[in-house]
Structures are given as C-alpha cells and as structure tokens.
Design a protein around this ligand. Structure first.
Ligand code: KIV
Length: 272
C-alpha cells in the first residue's frame, strides 16, 4: 500500500489501474493553484483534478461554461509546479473538444505542452468517441466523465441526480463500456444512484471515480472548496465537510481588522 507521501513514487495511470485491481481506493480532489496543490500533494492525494469548476469557485461564474483554454492552462501550470507525486488531470473546457476532433487534439496538446500536466478529462459518452480517439492517438491519456456533466447544464436544466430512469441508466452503462474500450484510463461518475455506479465499477475494467455516486466505486473526488467549507452555501447530500474554512478565514480577517483599527498590530516586535 502506498503511504502517500512526497517521497513516494509518482502516481501514473498504471498505478490507478493497479489500485483498482487490488481494491485500494483512489483519492482525488480538485486543485487550481500552487499553494493549495502543494498541501494536497504533501498530504498524499493520489490524483489532482484541475477541474473546470475553477470557473465557479475561482472566478465566481454560475456555470463551468465560461472558462477558457488559456485560463485552464494557467491554473494547471500552477498546480503542476507544486506537485511531486500526484497525477495531475486537467479538464478540457467547454467548446475546446466537442464536435471537432482536430480541435480536441490541439487543445489537449496545448494543455500537456504548456502546463506539464499528465492527462486530460472530458465530458460525455458515445458523442465524444472520435475526439477521444484522436487525443489518444497523440499519446495523451484521457479520463471520461459521465452522469451529471456540468458542461451540459443548459440541456439538463438542473443539477439533480442523473440516470434514475432505466433508459438513461442503460445508456450510461453502454457509454462507460465504450469509454473503457476506446482507451480511457478512468471515468468520473457524477451524481448517479449508488447501485448503478457500483454496477459500472464492477463491470468496467478501468477505475471509476465517484462524486455523489456512493461507496461501491474505485475512488472518490470532491471539489476542494466544498470539502474545506470555503464554499459554505453549497451542501448537497453527497458532500462531507472536512473543515469550516469560511468561518475560520472570516474570524481571522475580523481579528486582523480589529487589531489594525485598535493599533494593536503591529507591535514593537513586529517592526524594524
Ligand atoms: O470540474 C470539476 O470539478 C469536476 C469534478 C466535479 C469531478 O469535474
């Protein structure tokens, strides 16, 4: 079992497959900047996802759609500079791969060349088979993403649980098999019934990483700012909070303001 410290061997796509085979769960979190990515890597996280959720949590947009390829590369290169061990996966942003395999390849090459990341992730099933094949042909590892796919929010209309109906569940199973056969090294399943996710993880040979997909999958991913409680207004059922940083940062800031106003800061030992 890996002890998950900075001096351990680097995590590769092969490592994740081996972890699935021996039943060791994969830990994955999002990261968007150098300072936090360094802490997560030092803590021993297996995979860091430079998610297009940066559009929400870093830039304050309502959806993931507005973030650009240049912005994703900026976030990804900051994360890569911090990382010694984790596998760094970068989301292909909306509009950079759908419907045009050559553009998908160019976007992926830019991410790999300009950020130094190790793999890309994209959303969708059969409709993105061609782009995936083209990206893989250049030697770039691809992670899939099925279930709730936030780049299609205007098609779905809401962020509710996906694939509850038999037809959609069947289509998702077929898509997961197709992504694995096409050559994806792993798949994220977002917000689907736990029973369905467990079935996919048992049936499909590549690692299945869940977010709101229950415990029967091969690993878990959360958005960092949600699990740290920085984004304190978001509390879906699947989210476990490991800190309450909104409250802590706010209290620290209030103390600082108070110390400045009262002339308590800086004191004699804090000046030259
Ligand atoms: O962008 C993101 O943060 C993601 C995770 C929710 C898996 O895709």
């Amino acid at each position: 079992m890996s002890t998950a410290k900075g001096e351990d061997k680097k995590v590769t796509t092969h490592t994740l497959l081996e972890m699935k085979k021996r039943g060791e769960k994969i830990s994955m979190l999002t990261a968007y900047d150098f300072s936090l990515a360094r802490i997560l890597d030092d803590a021993g996280i297996d995979v860091l996802l430079v998610g297009d959720s940066a559009s929400n949590v870093m830039a304050g947009h309502e959806t993931t759609l507005p973030i650009t390829l240049d912005q994703m590369i900026y976030h990804a290169s900051s994360v890569v500079r911090a990382v010694k061990r984790a596998l760094v996966v970068v989301d292909l942003p909306f509009g950079s791969y759908q419907g045009n395999s050559k553009e998908a390849l160019n976007s992926s090459i830019r991410i790999m060349k300009e950020s130094g990341a190790h793999a890309v992730k994209l959303e969708g099933g059969r409709e993105v088979k061609d782009p995936i094949e083209r990206i893989l042909s250049a030697g770039v590892p691809v992670m899939g993403h099925l279930g709730l796919t936030p780049q299609s929010i205007y098609k779905f209309g809401t962020y509710v649980v996906r694939a509850k109906e038999e037809g959609e569940a069947q289509r998702l199973i077929e898509d997961a098999n197709l992504l694995a056969e096409t050559g994806c090294f792993a798949i994220v399943l977002e917000k689907i019934p736990a029973q369905l996710a467990t079935r996919v993880a048992q049936e499909v040979k590549i690692p299945i990483i869940g977010i709101g997909a229950g415990a029967g999958v091969d690993g878990q991913v959360l958005v960092l700012h949600d699990m740290l409680g920085i984004n304190h207004e978001f509390h879906p059922r699947f989210l476990r909070r490991y800190a309450s940083l909104y409250e802590e940062i706010k209290a620290a800031t209030e103390n600082y303001i108070s110390d400045v106003k009262s002339r308590d800061f800086p004191n004699e030992r804090e000046q030259y």
